[in-house]
Write a protein that binds this ligand. Structure first.
Ligand SMILES: Nc1ncnc2c1ncn2[C@@H]1O[C@H](COP(=O)(O)OP(=O)(O)OP(=O)(O)O)[C@@H](O)[C@H]1O
Length: 218
């Protein structure tokens, strides 16, 4: 039990709390153990995921990619203590477009593309890119912060990075109608900031094609 904690999200894999820690508001992410798994195996897998998430967050932070700072990792209790980002998600931003200018939306798209390009440059694959996992930091006037590295891993494969982009593209098209132009701007900025981004964007076309074939076959 985390003292003075407020539960802000209960997911299938983790609980996310907001709680005071070292005199600041802190996000505490707690992974569950799975009762259907053998206890020893379960402990190993759950703590491995906690470590994996914290490692990918730290790897991004070292490369100056805006992600929550990790304050502490408790592998015994499967907890990550991290910086609380005050702001709204890109999802919330896009579902309430009133008063947004094209220039503001372009800036957000460019920031997303640039952040993803830098993340892939250091071989971090996010694994769960959605508009809910992109936050806009109030403090800096809405700069984009990547969160939820629960499914992230390190890979040099062009294919893995292309699939990462495809997952975000699907999230855009299923959640936000009429954002094709914005997604194009994301890819343009991505193409300008990544080392192998041209190859990855080429591979994205194959991944899309496979996705289309799969949905045609049902
Ligand atoms: N560092 C943070 N600052 C502010 N809010 C956060 C932060 N981390 C998480 N949140 C909030 O909590 C929600 C859930 O967090 P997260 O996406 O990491 O968990 P999850 O989806 O349940 O976990 P997982 O996908 O790893 O099983 C986010 O959508 C966001 O609203």
């Amino acid at each position: 039990m985390i003292h003075n904690a407020q539960l802000i999200k209960q997911g299938a894999e983790a609980k996310v709390y907001l709680a005071p820690f070292c005199q600041r508001q802190t996000i505490i992410k707690e992974r569950f153990t799975k009762a259907y798994r053998h206890p020893t195996l379960d402990k190993k897998l759950t703590s491995r995921r906690v470590v994996q998430e914290a490692r990918c967050l730290s790897r991004c932070q070292k490369a100056r990619i805006d992600t929550p700072t990790v304050y502490m990792v408790d592998t015994e209790n499967y907890l990550i203590y991290m910086e609380y980002i005050e702001g709204c998600s890109v999802r919330e931003y896009l579902v309430t477009p009133e008063g947004q200018t094209d220039a503001a939306q372009t800036k957000v798209a460019q920031e997303i593309g640039r952040a993803l390009g830098l993340m892939h440059n250091i071989d971090v694959v996010h694994g769960d890119l959605t508009t809910s996992n992109l936050l806009m930091r109030n403090e800096t006037g809405g700069s984009v912060v990547l969160i939820d590295f629960g499914l992230s891993y390190v890979s040099q494969l062009i294919e893995d990075k292309a699939v990462d982009l495809y997952v975000l593209e699907r999230a855009f098209s299923s959640t936000h109608p009429n954002t094709e132009a914005m997604f194009e701007q994301i890819l343009k900025a991505y193409g300008e900031s990544g080392k192998a981004s041209k190859q990855i964007l080429k591979k994205l076309e194959d991944v899309r094609m496979r996705g289309r074939k799969r949905s045609m076959l049902g």
